[in-house]
Design a binder for this molecule. Structure first.
Ligand code: PLP
Length: 420
């Protein structure tokens, strides 16, 4: 079969089935497009799925991070420590509140914040008050939460987990217990994105989970303009209640400066339907990762998968390899273009945030050798639940061809893939 006839493999893609479509259609035909029953129903189901006490759904992962940082009272002029490798939203959420961002470098092998890089960042803060630390579970591998939490507590800072890549992951805690990402055992809150390339989707959407009922209540307030309609939370009782003590039917109160971060009922219906498929998505992601893990050693040492982290059972969002482009005699762009020519999409996650023009202007020239090293060699390969095993083989063979590790006419049809 000519290669051009093969479907293009993007690096990530949503999986939508007829049940998802029916769930959204049902919500669209219902009385509520927004602020209806699909919202709390989804929150309850999501909280149960990730072992959280409370879940607050909103319209993006960025909104979840912003609400979480607002919820822990991050103040203008305080510091938020953010790993240098993440999506820009992790840092931006702190900037929205006027906090100063101090970037922690990352482990060059994994892209994760470590206790040592966090300690370095703490030292770089000098006398400034640290309000929040935001570990990012990059690609789905889990940052060392208990240790990060201990450092943050010692400085009076709240931990907010950026769990946008890590839905479905588990790690073993010091007591040997398996802890689900989202349980927020070592953080004030965990924040998820339900963008289409993520492990499950609402179209656009986000969720904050927490064990703290006050933080959950505050996030609910922030999500909808800072307005409450709950009579037992009203502050102005003279305005809120009639002479006979009954609540005035029109009355609501704006108590803090909030936002419109509400998620629609049809997005929550999609979320709920996807949640029912989450175990299957995770299982498939693990199978695909295991297949890449098994096949990629044939491309060593030019290509190396990320190292596994002990004590973790991740549900990877991205499958990232590190490539020695210099040894291959090719730039990363040449490799990406070559793969695109074979119908294989790839992406780079991420240019270190302090290297973005906005943060460079704000903070000057960064010093983040671990982040630079990770960034220079990383490449995200196609990885989404609707991929076939043969798609993984095709990617590995394509990569081998582009890197000059196999004859240019190697066929992608070899059954076990990859006798290179
Ligand atoms: C690590 C990380 N943090 C935050 C976000 C922001 O999520 P959203 O795009 O839903 O606002 C993303 C999504 O791309 C992400 O990957």
């Amino acid at each position: 079969m000519p290669e051009t006839a093969l479907p293009f493999l993007p690096y990530g893609r949503q999986s939508i089935d007829e049940a998802d479509i029916a769930a959204v259609a049902t919500a669209l035909r219902s009385d509520y497009l927004t602020t209806g029953p699909a919202v709390p129903a989804f929150e309850t189901a999501f909280a149960a799925a990730v072992g959280a006490e409370h879940a607050v759904v909103c319209n993006s992962g960025t909104a979840a991070l912003h609400m979480a940082l607002y919820g822990v009272d991050l103040q203008p002029g305080q510091v938020a420590i953010v790993p240098a490798v993440s999506f820009v939203a992790t840092a931006n959420a702190a900037r929205y509140l006027g906090a100063d961002v101090v970037f922690a470098d990352v482990d060059p092998q994994t892209g994760l914040m470590t206790v040592d890089t966090l300690q370095d960042a703490v030292r770089a803060c000098g006398n400034r008050r640290i309000g929040a630390v935001l570990p990012v579970h990059l690609n789905g591998w889990i940052a060392p939460l208990a240790e990060i939490d201990a450092v943050a507590r010692a400085h009076g800072a709240a931990v907010i987990e950026d769990s946008c890549h890590a839905l479905g992951g588990f790690y073993a805690d010091a007591d040997g217990q398996g802890v689900s990402i989202g349980a927020a055992r070592h953080s004030a809150a965990a924040c998820f994105s339900l963008h289409p390339v993520k492990t499950m989707t609402m179209g656009e959407g986000g969720i904050l989970t927490t064990a703290d009922p006050a933080l959950a209540a505050r996030a609910r307030l922030l999500r909808s303009h800072g307005i409450t309609r709950e009579p037992d939370r009203f502050l102005q009782t003279d305005q809120a209640f009639d002479g006979d003590g009954a609540v005035n039917p029109w009355y609501y109160e704006m108590q803090v400066l909030g936002f419109n971060y509400r998620a629609t009922d049809f997005a929550c219906a999609l979320g709920q339907s996807q949640l029912a498929r989450l175990p299957q998505f995770i299982r498939r992601r693990r199978e695909l990762a295991a297949r890449y893990d098994r096949l990629l050693p044939s491309l060593a040492p030019l290509v190396r998968p990320l190292p596994s982290q002990a004590g973790q059972q991740p549900a990877l969002h991205l499958y990232v390899v590190r490539i020695d482009f210099a040894a291959a005699g090719l730039s990363r762009a040449q490799v990406m273009r070559g793969l695109a020519g074979l119908g294989i999409g790839t992406q780079v996650h991420y240019l270190p945030i302090p290297r973005q023009p906005f943060y460079r202007d704000l903070l000057g020239e960064p010093h983040c050798p671990g982040a630079d090293s990770y960034y220079q060699s990383c490449l995200s390969l196609p990885f989404f639940p609707d991929m076939a095993d043969s798609d993984v083989d095709r990617v590995v063979i394509g990569l081998a061809r582009i890197l000059g590790l196999s004859p240019a006419d190697e066929s992608s049809s070899s059954p076990e893939g990859v006798t290179l």
